[in-house]
Design a protein around this ligand. Structure first.
Ligand SMILES: C[S@@+](CC[C@H](N)C(=O)[O-])C[C@H]1O[C@@H](n2cnc3c(N)ncnc32)[C@H](O)[C@@H]1O
Length: 263
């Protein structure tokens, strides 16, 4: 994972879209005092801190993330007796015993997880029977402008010589349902929702994309080509500029699933 402290701090300043989506998911999960929650892909911990408020002194939340930069910020800034952070990935939760959480929370993260079937099986394993899994993230049934612009620019010469090693994968609703079925989440509600990401201009949109993706806006291209690719991307974003800045439509899938069978 190529991350930097600058991306990690930039994310906390610009993550309103992800934060609002996460708060919406938290509302659906009905987290109450005393619960034990795992926040997978917690980043710098903004939403983990909200979960700590909900579970109160009698509960606890653990945030995990593969980025040491994001975990360092979370550990430094989100302290309390009921909140903790560790390095970790969704695909391997072996540091946690089976049936040890009431809720697993996964916000704006699943598309970065390379082995999504393994991750969803792990969510099922660490949840208690009838524990709740909450997942929110962009839907693979809709292509948002940022995906279109990235694909368009990076398919040009010379960038196409450098394919992205671990590209994001946005699951379609049917694909997600198949993975949930296999992992034993037979009771579930998946809501499709349209959200708008606003940015004042093309640069602000590119900065948000880069902070959110730990620098993966430029796929696999070498550092020295990135300023050139950014110019080309900026040119595409400027075509979407209005007098109120840029408004990008995104479709997200908001899932609450119950662990109904032990796998
Ligand atoms: C857009 S951020 C979302 C952070 C936070 N959940 C939020 O909603 O603000 C995506 C996060 O996924 C993390 N991530 C990437 N690959 C992951 C994996 N395999 N397992 C868990 N988290 C991962 C990244 O480091 C990053 O912090």
């Amino acid at each position: 994972m190529v991350d930097t402290e600058e991306f990690a701090r930039g994310y906390t300043l610009a993550n309103h879209a992800q934060y609002n989506a996460g708060m919406f998911l938290l509302g659906k999960l009905e987290i109450t005092p005393g619960l034990r929650v795992l926040d997978v892909g917690c980043g710098p911990g903004d939403l983990t801190a909200q979960i700590a408020e909900l579970v109160g002194e009698t509960g606890c939340v653990i945030g995990i993330d593969p980025s040491k930069e994001r975990i360092a910020i979370a550990i430094g800034e989100r302290t309390g007796p009921n909140i903790s952070f560790q390095l970790g990935i969704a695909e391997d939760l072996s540091q946690f015993p089976s049936s040890s959480f009431d809720v697993v929370f996964v916000n704006s993260t699943l598309h970065w997880v390379q082995d999504q079937p393994a991750a969803i099986m792990e969510f099922g394993r660490v949840l208690k029977p009838r524990g709740r899994l909450g997942i929110s993230g962009a839907s693979g049934d809709f292509v948002a402008a940022h995906e279109r612009i990235k694909a368009d620019v990076l398919s040009r010469d010379p960038y196409l010589m450098y394919p992205e090693q671990s590209p994001p994968k946005f699951l379609k609703k049917l694909e997600l349902e198949g993975l949930l079925d296999k992992a034993g989440f037979h009771e579930r509600d998946i809501l499709g929702k349209s959200i708008i990401k606003s940015a004042k201009d093309a640069d602000a949109m590119l900065d948000w994309l880069n902070a959110s993706s730990s620098g993966k806006t430029y796929g696999g291209i070498p550092l020295e080509l990135q300023p050139r690719a950014r110019e080309e991307m900026r040119h595409e974003w400027e075509k979407l500029m209005t007098k109120d800045g840029i408004q990008m439509e995104m479709h997200i899938l908001v899932t609450v699933a119950i662990m109904t069978s032990i796998v």
